[in-house]
Design a protein around this ligand. Structure first.
Ligand code: ZN
Ligand code: ZN
Length: 407
């Protein structure tokens, strides 16, 4: 594989986010610790949590995180149907609006290495991005009654993340020169040496359908990724899963530097709340159409096994940064969709995948479209209605790109 080291490119990207320091803190409220705040009539606090005798609301007291944060990853243990909203404040006095945090899925009870998780089974909310001067959080819960005598809410946890600042002005906005710079493949100086490979013997490799060009990809060091916790496992992708990050963009990221911060926060959420080895997705595309290298290395002949759809073996996961589903209803940008098509076409060409076809996804145990939405293999709204609606167009566009590449 060719690596480019262009002096001009280094001049364009002088300040990779190597200095960005991710800090985070966890606020845990459980059992009798769920007291304080405002309880509607019918809600009582007991040793095991909040009990609702009828459908009622509870508003917590303000909670001081002790550090400024710009992302909140909530999870909780509650009666099915509990509705959580969160609000933030810089000073504990003036509060932003209530932000709904719908549960996306539950936290796996085991880590990827098979050890058990403290918070396994908790309902997992979306990662919510807020103004970076936030320091206080509070929450409001609509508590359903519970017939089995169990508490309506026994625990709520907030993983509050400060993804750190990029140096100086941060990476430049995207223009022609910066685009060239993205062609460079910077070695990951910020990371531990590449983990030793635990590579499975490769099955016979199908001939590529054709070749589509490798898209420009921002390396892990360019967004300040942490090293994975342990050695990657490898697989060979015969399917490509499409996701949205389901991160709530309350405070929109206008620059590449801020998109890099989003990636660091998502990685911290995946590693420290989900308990995963690394960020779950192989690649992430922001709304500017920039492609960030996620859980992947620079060896294009194999696929790092991700944590993206609950099966993971035999597939690779691509995510678009955003929340393309109610209640947030963001829409993928044209730049984002076009970069996604480029990625799908490139991977399909490398792996001999027909992006418009359908085949057995062995780990899932059934046939599924070769390029599928997460919801086709798991109970989830991912990749969101507004991205899923574009799936057939994406598949057709990727195939066309491959066929054109074959001419
Ligand atoms: Zn997904
Ligand atoms: Zn961006």
């Amino acid at each position: 594989m060719v690596r480019f080291f262009l002096a001009s490119a280094l001049a364009v990207l002088p300040a990779l986010s190597l200095q960005a320091e991710v800090r985070s803190v966890r606020l845990v409220r459980q059992g009798a610790g769920l007291s304080g705040g405002r309880l509607e009539a019918g809600v009582t606090v007991r040793a095991d949590g909040l009990h609702a005798e009828r459908n009622a609301a509870y508003v917590s007291p303000p909670l001081d995180a002790g550090l400024a944060f710009s992302a909140i990853g909530p999870h909780w243990k509650a009666a099915p149907g509990a509705e959580i909203e969160i609000a933030v404040s810089a000073d504990g006095l003036t509060w932003g609006r209530w932000i709904p945090a719908p549960s996306e899925e539950t936290i796996d009870s085991l880590r990827e290495d098979g050890t058990s998780r403290l918070f396994g089974g908790d309902a997992l909310g979306p990662l919510v991005f807020v103004s970076p001067d936030s320091r206080w959080v509070r929450y409001r819960v609509r508590l359903p009654t519970r017939a089995d005598g169990e508490p309506s809410l026994s625990r709520i946890v907030f993983h509050l993340i400060d993804p750190g600042e990029d140096e100086a002005e941060g990476p430049p906005a995207i223009d022609g020169t910066a685009r060239d710079a993205r062609e460079t493949r910077e070695p990951d100086r910020s990371e531990a040496p590449a983990p030793r490979r635990a590579r499975a013997p490769a099955p016979e490799e199908p001939e590529p359908v054709s070749a589509a060009p490798r898209p420009s990809i921002l390396s892990r060091s360019a967004w300040g990724a942490r090293a994975p916790k342990y050695a990657y496992s490898y697989t060979r992708a015969g399917h490509v899963g499409i996701h949205h990050t389901a991160s709530v963009d309350d405070f929109a990221a206008p620059t590449r530097a801020e998109c890099a911060g989003r990636l660091r926060a998502i990685q911290a959420f995946h590693m420290d709340t989900n308990g995963w080895n690394d960020i779950g997705y192989a690649w992430v595309v922001c709304r500017h159409g920039d492609v960030f290298q996620g859980r992947e290395d620079d060896d294009d002949t194999t696929d790092v096994q991700g944590a993206h759809d609950g099966f993971n073996r035999g597939s690779t996961g691509l995510a678009l940064l955003g929340y393309f589903h109610p209640p947030y209803d963001q829409r993928p940008t044209e730049e984002q969709l076009s970069a996604l098509v480029d990625l799908i076409a490139w991977i399909s060409g490398l792996r001999g995948i027909d992006p418009a076809g359908r085949s057995l996804y062995e780990a899932f145990g059934a046939e599924v479209d070769n390029v599928y939405g997460h919801r086709e293999v798991k109970e989830t709204s991912c990749p969101g209605d507004h991205l899923f609606a574009r799936k057939e167009l994406l598949r057709a566009a990727a195939l066309e790109k491959l066929l054109v590449g074959a001419l």
